[in-house]
Design a protein around this ligand. Sequence first.
Ligand code: C5P
Length: 226
Amino acid sequence: MLKKKRLNKTYLVTAGPTHEKIDPVRYIGNYSSGKMGFAIAEQLASRGAKVILIAGPVALTINHPNITRIDVISAAEMYDQCLLYFSNCNGAVMVAAVADFAPVVINSQKIKRTTENFILELKANPDIAASLGAIKRKDQIVVGFALETSSDEEKALAKLRVKNLDLIILNSLNDKDSGFVTDTNSIKILNSEGVIFTSGLKLKTDIAVDIVNKIIETEDFILSLA
Ligand code: C5P
């Protein structure tokens, strides 16, 4: 068996959903459990890396001396924390399912039920992965996820380019037992040239090993060019 290299590096990992407040009792959210992001954080830490884990609202615990967990609620908070830590990191793995929109106004009182239709005005949230992609140095790697309702490599590649990512992990919500809340996943990893890895259905903890292996390979390649 190949001896695993100890990682003397620091990574930023985002995980889970974000919740965008509507009023004191309601929010816009999604079904992300955070399991994939936490598994990647754990895998990086177990290989010796330091991890800054920026977690949205999830029901998960993590306990590793190399992991510093920062809990956030909204996309704006996740964005602020990522920008605070990124420059001191060797790489960022953006696993969070960040809400695309947030209400323009957060009502201070619970919005009352009416018989009329109710229109909620939404504004676009910042794209955290694209923001880090835009400011990354030559020695930093940024990895994103593309969750599609069909296994669409072209869409994933387009995202990789637009966000200036080094790798993108494609997972399809149509693949049985893959996606948000399951313990298993089935992924493809793409770089700018196309698919470089296909996992088949596996536990998220095993997928995390595959992803970290590819991150290390890609980093070694990027650093050899620098
Ligand atoms: O564009 P889309 O939401 O499909 O992109 C998914 C990738 O971008 C994921 O890596 C996700 O964590 C990241 N993302 C982000 N900030 C957003 C939206 C997505 O970091 N506002």
